[in-house]
Structure formats: C-alpha cells, structure tokens
Design a protein around this ligand. Structure first.
Ligand SMILES: [Zn+2]
Ligand SMILES: [Zn+2]
Length: 90
C-alpha cells in the first residue's frame, strides 16, 4: 500500500457566520475576524457624528456608511476584530 499523506491538508474549515470567510479552528485567534459591529446604513450622517460631509451638489444617497465607524464603502475592511464564529456555536 502506498498511501499519499494528504490527511493534514484536508483539515476541516469552518464558515464564519459573521464575515463569511472560511477558517480553520486551530488558527482562530482574537484578531482573525474583521467585521463591522453595526449595519451599513443609508442616511444622512448625524451632525454629532460627522464622518463625511455631503457637498452641496451631492445627492443624499451618497451618504451610505457603516454606523459603527463611518466607513463609506460596503467592502471596507471591518473596524473591529474578534474570533470567528462558526454556525455551530453561539
Ligand atoms: Zn465599522
Ligand atoms: Zn469571521
């Protein structure tokens, strides 16, 4: 018998329900998961939390941003890091 040792390469990856990335439980550290704790919203920025100022000619829908950090790109990397969370745990 001549088995190829591919066992280690097939570690089960889990899917993080928060960032939707696959990860291996053995490398899940407190900075593995980057995410936004708040939602991506579409509204005017509060005056008290002015992350971005619309110009006079900007349409109001230009004000889309993460409520937590003010990132204006839905693809912006998360502003918070934590462990990944699999669908198995809560
Ligand atoms: Zn954020
Ligand atoms: Zn994650």
């Amino acid at each position: 018998m001549d088995k190829t040792s591919s066992g280690e390469a097939q570690l089960k990856l889990r899917l993080c329900k928060r960032c939707k990335h696959h990860y291996s439980p053995s490398s899940n550290i407190p900075t593995s998961c980057r995410f936004h704790p708040s939602f991506f919203v579409c509204r005017r920025h509060d005056d008290q939390k002015r992350y971005y100022e619309l110009g006079p000619d900007d349409p109001t829908y230009a004000a889309k941003f993460y409520d937590c950090c003010g990132a204006e790109d839905v693809e912006a990397p998360g502003c918070t890091t934590s462990f990944h969370i699999s669908y198995d745990e809560e």
